[in-house]
Design a binder for this molecule. Structure first.
Ligand code: AHG
Ligand code: MN
Ligand code: MN
Length: 330
């Protein structure tokens, strides 16, 4: 009889059983994140039919127009994670300050950061968007509210990270440090089923992914490093949703670059809830993630919404970019 694929929850429970001291709280937390992504997927896929298209009529702490789906996705994650009893603090792209929670005594050991809806500018034109999340163990004293000190941690301290991409199918990709695994939503079951076991990033890939429309704003070293991929041997693929560009790079290899430029000296992408979770995944999958010079996983955020230049890709492709940026002639 053909084995049906594992569900996300079965996979999480199997990996938690490898930690004898585990209390099951981590499974409850990951289940909550999976549920939130399924709820968001349902709304994203009906956005054109419901009343969730368009702008919410306010700007967020980033100074960006907030889409109705940004708010819906943020509210869904806040409600589901709060109900789980597993978290003491939440940090979100859509929240100026963290949400500090009185965690359940035995289970509230985690702090979660997230970009509830990544690629918002693409929602109204039916292009793939996604959710990005990272899970830290709390650092503040075990009783009482969590706080910003539980969130401002480097990606090397993540206990889990992942994303959901809402595209031609909904795929949930995560790692707890035991490899990177992908689950595809079976809408008829409402289950996320294992579809991409132990994802590995090819060291070198056929694509480069960068918004070359900004070339004139780039510093000289960035222009030189990007041109290293423009010798005709690569195709340019740029969706404009980080999750979509990262997912393709994770599976097919190549390189994604969001560099600094004159108008954005620290780049556009946020360290804590965009770059860090993806960097954790790429390193877990044998790839690399840097800001062009330093590993993303080593960068400690000073503020919740710090930005960073971001380079994601296969080990050889990222090394090629970094050496060109450093001025190596080769
Ligand atoms: P968000 O929708 O969460 O604000 O993220 C948008 C980001 C990211 O998804 C993407 O890589 C980048 O914006 C694209 O920026 P440009 O349009 O400047 O290329
Ligand atoms: Mn984003
Ligand atoms: Mn977003």
């Amino acid at each position: 009889m053909q084995q049906r694929p594992m569900t996300l929850v079965e996979h999480i429970e199997a990996s938690e059983r490898r930690f004898p001291e585990a209390t099951g709280a981590f499974t409850v937390l990951m289940q909550a994140i999976g549920l939130a992504c399924k709820i968001i997927s349902r709304e994203v896929n009906q956005a054109g039919l419901g009343k969730l298209l368009g702008l919410a009529g306010r700007t967020n702490v980033q100074g960006e127009q907030v889409a109705r789906l940004d708010e819906f996705a943020n509210d869904t994650l806040v409600r589901t994670l709060t109900r789980s009893g597993s978290v003491c603090a939440l940090g979100s792209e859509e929240l100026a300050v963290p949400i500090r929670l009185p965690p359940a005594p035995e289970t509230g050991h985690y702090a979660v950061v997230f970009d509830p809806l990544d690629g918002s500018s693409n929602i109204d034109v039916a292009v793939s968007v996604g959710t990005i999340f990272g899970v830290f163990r709390r650092r503040s004293p075990a009783e009482g509210l969590g706080g910003v000190e539980d969130l401002l941690q480097p990606a090397s301290s993540l206990v889990a990270a992942g994303y959901a991409i809402y595209g031609s199918s909904t795929v949930f990709v995560y790692s707890t440090g035991l490899g990177v695994h992908g689950f595809t939503l079976d809408p008829s079951l409402g289950e996320l089923l294992l579809s991409h076991e132990n994802i590995r990033v090819p060291a070198r890939g056929p694509y480069y992914s960068c918004n070359t429309g900004y070339r004139d704003r780039w510093p000289e070293d960035v222009a030189r490093a990007v041109s290293r991929f423009e010798d005709g041997s690569r195709s340019l693929r740029y969706v404009g949703s980080l999750v979509a560009d990262a997912h393709r790079t994770l599976l097919r290899g190549g390189i994604f670059i969001y560099p600094p430029d004159r108008s954005k000296p620290e780049g556009k992408l946020r360290l804590l809830y965009e770059a860090a979770p993806l960097a954790f995944l790429f390193e877990q999958a044998g790839g690399r993630a840097s800001d062009g010079r330093q590993r993303i996983t080593e960068k400690v955020p000073a503020q919740l919404h710090d930005r960073t230049p971001l380079v994601l890709g296969g080990s050889e492709d990222v090394a090629l970019y970094e050496s060109a940026l450093a001025g190596d002639a080769s």
